[in-house]
Design a binder for this molecule. Structure first.
Ligand code: ARG
Length: 637
């Protein structure tokens, strides 16, 4: 962080007086907050409106030509006068300011428009980026229990994401959950929260009894150790085929009137054996549990390696299997005692319509939480798992990153928790949902494991890179770079639209260096790295550069966009949308691309070289930091 007192001495140098403090304002971390505070004071002077009202309604623009900050006049709620009249009255009264140009109005007086003076802005922004480096833009205050007092500790957030099912494909929904959850973890951590990352595996149920039988029949130790995820999936597919055949046979027997044969298969067939095996697991049978735990552990080991490639890790591998029967019995008792659940044809259900009036109650339907045979369901486990997390982590907030297909499930879960009397918990839980990925398939065929997807896209990326032979030759380890770029391709395509939208998996488009793609961002970063390398200048040169030389429009605009990064960060904390960051990074890199011709380094005067490199280095710092926030690994070549 910037040394204490630095900002005030900086402001003194610029002849800016004391800044008024405002809630959620961090002038030493966010240069735009300096301007907000300064402008709020000025507007208050000319209008008589309380600066506390002015400060929070200022907005920034996404087009630099429209100003750096704007003030919607109507938001000041002055009765009896039109915004245009107010502008006419106020604008001439604005005093000279060391930080901003004389304000103007736009849209018939609907907005007052403020442009920052370039010189002081550069002085405030570039040195701060140089000093704070990767920390620039982040803000550790929102996650503090008391934003003003770090000694009171951090708030704790639990983020549950990825959550694939053992022995089943890691499908697009899991991929999206992994990407978005990884992003949210970085975001909250950078905002000062303590983050607990949980992977809630689908790892319990009769199908895992079947899997164990399948392993006895088709399993192979070496293959299991080598690649548990794929091997278990293959075993699972085979034994499921056997099961399907068995079902057909039973149907045939019944059709042919061979009741005894049908009964025999029902009593001793695969299905029944799987049921018995799973019952043994449930009853704590050592051998059955040990085998199952091996499947689970070896699968997790594989997952971990893949997650690492996406810059994702977990603090806890929880899962459906980890929910205790005792906990579920307890929860069931509470539900029954409070009259929340009822019996229906031998099963236990939650008749939401009886507890929640109107449409809302009906839309929650009537989920089963115990089947007639006593087995607990997905929802039942989630209830107890959530209460367990309350005990274990005492969290301030909990996020489930799960596909929109499970909207109803999570609504039911949250409502049940509330009805049980845990109203405080119900306020702290949030479902972050997302749309579907359409058209995702791999060359190998229908099996869609994350590894296969990454491999396919990386291969494709490698081919794209090869098309530019000259550049290709400069890359030291093309396979590794192709993989990093391939992963960036997938992730950027995923994060481009709003989370809630569906999108189509498009290998051609995502791996292109043109358009708003992962490779485009990576290229922008590598180019900035190359500029630094080729300049031959030292860090010392750059820190002592004379920034007042950055006067060209392109340089000034770049500084203006870099200045927005801390605001983008805070905004992202509100939207929780990766696209908030991504859109900004593309705006910045587009500006960069159009600047290179105007802001050359090689061939410029030595002092100008230093100043421009200082600017490019700042851009690289912000780009790299934004990319890492999204979970990308920036490449330097
Ligand atoms: N394993 C589940 C699936 O693949 C997702 C789990 C979501 N999390 C939860 N707490 N229910 O559909």
């Amino acid at each position: 962080d910037a040394p204490v007192g630095q900002l005030s001495s900086q402001l003194e140098k610029l002849s800016v007086g004391q800044l008024e403090p405002f809630p959620n304002s961090y002038p030493d971390l966010n240069p735009i907050d300096i301007y907000r505070s300064h402008i709020a004071s000025l507007v208050s002077q000319v209008s008589g409106v309380d600066s506390k009202i002015i400060y929070p309604v200022m907005q920034w623009t996404s087009t630099l030509d429209n100003g750096d900050l704007t003030l919607p006049v109507a938001a000041l709620r002055i009765k009896g006068k039109k915004p245009a009249e107010l502008c006419e009255e106020w604008l001439p009264k604005f005093p000279e300011s060391p930080l901003i140009e004389k304000p103007t109005s736009a849209n018939n007086g609907a907005f007052i428009v403020f442009f920052f003076k370039p010189g002081p802005l550069t002085q405030l922004v570039v040195p701060q980026i140089q000093q704070r480096g990767a920390e620039f833009g982040k803000n550790p205050h929102p996650g503090l229990r008391d934003p003003q007092d770090p000694s009171k500790g951090k708030k704790r957030i639990v983020i549950e994401f990825s959550s694939p099912n053992i022995a089943k494909p890691f499908h697009a929904g899991h991929l999206r959950s992994t990407i978005i959850g990884g992003f949210l973890s970085h975001l909250y951590e950078s905002a000062g929260w303590e983050v607990v990352r949980i992977n809630y595996l689908g790892d319990w149920g009769k199908q895992y009894g079947l899997l164990a039988l399948g392993f006895e029949k088709y399993g192979n130790e070496a293959a299991l150790r080598d690649d548990a995820i794929n091997h278990l999936f293959q075993v699972y597919v085979k034994i499921n085929n056997d099961l399907a055949e068995e079902k057909e046979k039973i149907a045939e027997f019944e059709k042919e009137g061979k009741g005894a044969e049908a009964e025999g298969l029902k009593e001793n067939g695969l299905d029944e054996q799987a049921r018995r095996y799973f019952k043994a697991m449930n009853d704590g049978d050592d051998a059955a549990l040990a085998q199952w735990r091996r499947f689970r552990d070896l699968s997790i080991e594989r997952y971990k390696a893949t997650y690492a490639r996406l810059n994702v890790r977990f603090d806890e591998y929880s899962g459906e299997s980890q929910v205790s029967e005792a906990a579920m019995t307890n929860a069931a008792k509470v539900l029954e005692e409070k009259g929340i659940s009822e019996e229906s044809e031998g099963a236990i259900v939650i008749p939401f319509a009886k507890h929640v009036p109107g449409k809302a109650g009906k839309s929650l339907e009537k989920p089963v939480i115990r089947k007639r045979d006593g087995t607990a369901l997905y929802l039942t486990r989630d209830i107890s798992e959530l209460l367990h997390r309350v005990d274990k982590y005492d969290f301030d907030h909990l996020i489930y990153v799960v596909a929109s297909q499970q909207d109803l499930h999570l609504k039911q879960l949250f409502k049940i928790i509330e009805l049980m009397g845990h109203t405080e918990v119900a306020k702290k839980v949030q479902h972050i949902n997302f749309g579907m990925v359409l058209g995702m398939s791999t060359r190998k065929g229908t099996v869609k494991f994350l590894d296969d997807i990454i491999r396919d896209v990386s291969d494709h990326m490698h081919e794209v890179m090869r098309k530019n032979e000259e550049k290709y030759k400069q890359v030291e380890n093309p396979e590794a770079v192709a993989e990093t770029l391939g992963i960036s391709s997938i992730m950027v395509q995923d994060m481009t639209g709003k989370r809630g939208n569906n999108y189509t998996f498009n290998m051609e488009a995502m791996t292109s260096f043109e358009g708003d793609t992962g490779p485009y961002l990576q290229y922008a970063h590598a180019r900035l790295c190359s500029i630094t390398r080729k300049s031959g200048l030292s860090d010392e040169d750059v820190v002592t550069a004379d920034l007042s030389l950055l006067t060209e429009k392109h340089a000034v605009d770049l500084v203006r966009v870099l200045a927005q990064y801390p605001d983008v960060f805070m905004n992202t904390l509100r939207t929780l949308e990766p696209t908030t960051v991504l859109t900004y990074l593309f705006r910045m890199t587009h500006l960069l691309s159009s600047s290179y011709d105007h802001l050359r380094i090689i061939g410029s005067e030595p002092e100008l070289m230093k100043a421009r490199l200082a600017l490019y280095n700042s851009a690289r710092t912000v780009l790299s930091s934004g990319m890492r926030l999204l979970g990308l690994t920036p490449v330097s070549r």
